[in-house]
Unconditional design. Structure first.
Length: 167
């Protein structure tokens, strides 16, 4: 996902991309269809402000019932590109701000593919299960296997004591 920035005048521009999992090189994730990427680029002086929005649907296996489930996502983040006129490019890794990147003034285009990939991976849900009230999950509403009230076989030695306890 490259955006041409050479000879870019000041002001706001909107770019839209349709990307897939192959282009993003994320082998462990599955998506339902393509990922919609909307970039609002605002050039102000020697700075490019990018507001990026990602929309799509993750496809997972429910950790409870092992059925396929879909979970939509809507992720937004900001990136800032600044032109570095000092002649020595500042390494963005040395700065605590992850969203600020320094580029050469003669840069013709910027590629946001790695940033999109990173933000998608960061937004993968830790708990991959249906909602508690989702009727599609076969395990919702079933008693938990660790339920203490579950009928268990009672050792005959203790059977008389449990009968006395209940009386």
């Amino acid at each position: 996902m490259e955006i041409k920035i050479s000879n870019l005048g000041e002001g706001e521009r909107i770019y839209e991309f349709d990307t897939n999992v192959e282009e993003l090189e994320i082998p462990d994730l599955n998506f339902d269809g393509n990922i919609k990427v909307k970039v609002v680029l605002n050039k102000v002086g020697t700075q490019l402000n990018l507001d990026v929005n990602l929309k799509g649907t993750f496809v997972f296996e429910c950790e409870r019932c092992l059925e396929e489930m879909r979970q939509p996502f809507d992720v937004s983040f900001e990136l800032i590109y600044r032109y570095d006129y000092s002649g020595e490019l500042i390494n963005s890794d040395e700065i605590n701000e992850d969203n600020i990147k320094y580029i050469d003034p003669h840069t013709h285009k910027i590629d946001i593919t790695n940033d999109v990939r990173d933000y998608l991976i960061l937004n993968v849900p830790m708990k991959r299960t249906h909602d508690e009230n989702d009727e599609n999950c076969k395990q919702i509403g079933k008693p938990d296997s660790t339920d203490p009230n579950e009928n268990k076989e009672i050792n005959p030695v203790w059977e008389k004591l449990t009968k006395n306890k209940n009386n």
